[in-house]
Design a protein. Structure first.
Length: 239
């Protein structure tokens, strides 16, 4: 949970706080016992109600997002299975890892699959719909192969939507630093063995800054070493 929280915080440039699971409430969720090849499924409408109840308790939360190893569905809307689903009007979402381990993926690949659906569903809660402008993590997908053809990155259009939303909200005293955001994601990708995504992010930073990709790689190594040095302290600061 801590790794996914770290990813989401870097992705959205917002504070992310893990919540404790309530097993009794989870067990009581409405399920489709017939399932769709992966056992009984949690009905997303039931999970959304639980998440919304937790959100009301927190009061200052922008969104509450749930994840599960059980398959999920929305039979009321005709969806036999879903990777994830967000409910914008309530600021809640749920996503499932149930279909991500069929081919015994490496830990890094499993993390990538989980992380991609997490940030995808979370960004829907900003009011952003599926992207039709470019290859983008916000493209819609109906199966795992289609999902994995997307980059683990936002296209320039959706990246600008994120920056504009945060700037207009006046959360920070300064405009969002998109270059620093990319460098933070590069550190995450390298730390967790997501080499292809790290390589792609270096290319994005190079386009943003005009720097050589090799120079960016050296800077990333220095930053990673600084963050892991127990003698150095760091704190989250507004972009």
């Amino acid at each position: 949970m801590e790794v996914l929280s770290d990813l989401l915080s870097r992705w959205l440039l917002l504070e992310v706080s893990p919540l404790k699971q309530c097993k009794a409430e989870t067990k009581a969720l409405l399920r489709n016992e017939e399932g769709c090849g992966y056992g009984a499924q949690i009905e997303t409408s039931s999970a959304h109600e639980l998440a919304y109840a937790r959100k009301r308790e927190l009061r200052d939360a922008f969104a509450v997002i749930c994840y599960t190893m059980e398959d999920i569905c929305d039979t009321q809307k005709g969806f036999q299975f879903l990777f994830g689903q967000a409910q914008l009007d309530k600021g809640v979402g749920i996503f499932s890892f149930a279909r991500y381990a069929d081919d015994s993926p490496s830990p890094a690949r499993f993390l990538k699959r989980c992380g991609m659906v997490l940030v995808h569903e979370a960004f829907h809660l900003f009011g952003v719909k599926h992207c039709v402008f470019a290859l983008c993590i916000m493209n819609g997908s109906n199966h795992l192969d289609e999902s994995e053809r997307r980059p683990f990155a936002m296209c320039p259009v959706d990246l600008r939507k994120l920056a504009s939303t945060l700037d207009d909200s006046k959360i920070y005293s300064q405009p969002v630093d998109l270059e620093q955001r990319e460098r933070s994601l590069l550190d995450f990708f390298e730390k967790h063995g997501l080499d292809d995504d790290a390589r792609f992010t270096r290319a994005v930073i190079a386009q943003m800054t005009g720097q050589d990709i090799g120079t960016i790689a050296e800077q990333a190594v220095q930053l990673s070493g600084l963050l892991s040095d127990p003698g150095c302290s760091s704190s989250a600061s507004p972009p």
